[in-house]
Design a protein around this ligand. Structure first.
Ligand code: HEM
Ligand code: HEM
Length: 141
């Protein structure tokens, strides 16, 4: 649990950076077309994943810090507890747990969709994510 808490707390810094950058830059334009419900689902699952990236570490930290526990970040520094409040501790714990299940469901959908685009639709969605460009831009096709 010590490693879980320390790693998660460090991840919050990267999460804020990554999510802030994405919201600032906007999303890349979709490569493929599809029925409106699929585009909507992709859109909302991307927002869901971005929210989760921040919410998981934040709720974990809130659970500890509002439950009267410090977070020891690999012995490098300590984030001190804020208060000891059973109610807030429990709420943060619930958010942490429910969000974990929600992320799991969205992730299965997300990875499934990426594989569908790559192997069934055979479009450039996954390639663009992996390389940052499409093979068309690469001059390969
Ligand atoms: C990306 C960051 C994180 C992810 C993906 C994550 C994921 C999880 C998951 C899947 C569980 C098990 C489900 C549950 O019982 O709630 C869990 C439990 C827990 N996490 Fe995290 N966590 C993260 C960050 C943190 C942080 C930063 C802290 C505290 C500083 C933390 C503290 C805890 C605690 C105390 C539990 C046990 C809760 C209980 O059993 O009542 N987590 N976490
Ligand atoms: C095997 C793992 C994964 C695969 C194959 C994968 C695949 C992809 C692909 C192909 C896209 C591009 C969609 C487009 O261009 O329209 C994408 C976007 C995205 N993915 Fe994943 N993904 C994976 C894991 C994850 C994880 C673990 C997260 C976060 C917890 C995540 C969050 C996102 C988000 C937020 C976007 C939207 C665009 C962005 O912010 O860059 N993905 N993913």
């Amino acid at each position: 649990m010590g490693i879980h808490k320390a790693t998660g707390s460090i991840l919050l810094a990267f999460a804020l950076w990554r999510v802030g950058w994405r919201l600032w830059q906007g999303f890349p334009p979709l490569i493929s077309d599809g029925p409106a419900w699929q585009l909507r689902l992709a859109h909302w699952s991307h927002y869901g994943l971005l929210a989760a990236i921040v919410l998981m570490p934040l709720s974990g930290m809130a659970g500890s810090l509002l439950g009267g526990r410090n977070i020891d970040v690999f012995g490098m520094f300590i984030i001190p507890a804020i208060t000891k409040n059973e109610l807030l501790h429990d709420i943060a714990g619930e958010v942490h747990e429910i969000a974990a299940y929600a992320v799991l469901i969205i992730l299965v959908l997300h990875i499934g969709a990426a594989l569908k685009h790559h192997f069934k639709d055979r479009d450039q969605t996954l390639n663009r994510m992996l390389t940052g460009r499409t093979s068309k831009e690469d001059g390969k096709t």
